[in-house]
Design a protein around this ligand. Structure first.
Ligand code: PRP
Length: 185
């Protein structure tokens, strides 16, 4: 695995800014669902770190389930538009308040796919919380209810987001200069 210092462009969101914003989102979501029960749906794998931190700021009763989706086809470092379900929910969501938690929305195809799929299961409500929004890359309109940060159209990594499955553990979110990145065999 290449040392990220070799290809980092800049830190876009540092650890302190993430902590502050995640706490704010937790408080906002807790207010919005006051007096109600909530099912948090973490979209693996990118949403794992954000979900773990966000749920520790929720003051309302909630349960957790996970889904895994991935896009496939052309274009390795960008969503190709075809979305595959690798792991479905274990929970029957009919009649439940569901909040999808995702690391990043880019083209919008992943979220559009999962929202369409979950709506057919007739939850009581279905909302979306994303940490990062790359607005300018949107190809499919999706309604996002809670956004951590708007970010520019750069390749990003850290805080759950990978490059070739590495760097998810970093406590900050940075952009990468992909001309300097070398994939290790
Ligand atoms: C990433 C990210 C989102 C999706 C966003 O997932 O976690 O799910 O891409 O892109 P889109 O808005 O263009 O669909 P990825 O398929 O890389 O899987 P991962 O979460 O396991 O890293």
């Amino acid at each position: 695995m290449q040392d990220y210092h070799d290809f980092i462009d800049e830190v876009l969101v540092d650890e302190k800014a993430i902590e502050t914003r995640v706490a704010e989102l937790g408080a906002q979501i807790s207010r919005a669902y006051a007096g109600q029960e909530l099912l948090i749906v973490c979209l693996l794998r990118g949403g794992l770190t954000f979900t773990a931190d966000l749920t520790r700021h929720l003051t309302i009763p909630h349960t957790l389930d996970c889904m895994s989706l991935s896009s496939y086809g052309v274009g390795h470092y960008a969503s190709s538009g075809n979305v595959r379900v690798n792991l479905d929910l274990m929970t029957n969501i009919e009649g439940l308040n569901v909040l999808l938690v995702e690391d990043i929305v880019d083209s919008g195809r992943t979220l559009a796919h999962v929202l369409h799929m979950l709506k057919t299961r007739e939850p009581k409500s279905l909302q979306v919380c994303v940490l990062l929004d790359k607005k300018y890359r949107r190809e499919v309109p999706v309604e996002v209810d809670y956004v951590g940060f708007d970010i520019p159209d750069k390749y990003v990594f850290g805080y759950g987001i990978d490059i070739d499955e590495h760097y998810r553990h970093l406590r900050f979110i940075a952009s990468a200069d992909m001309k300097k990145y070398k994939k290790t065999p």
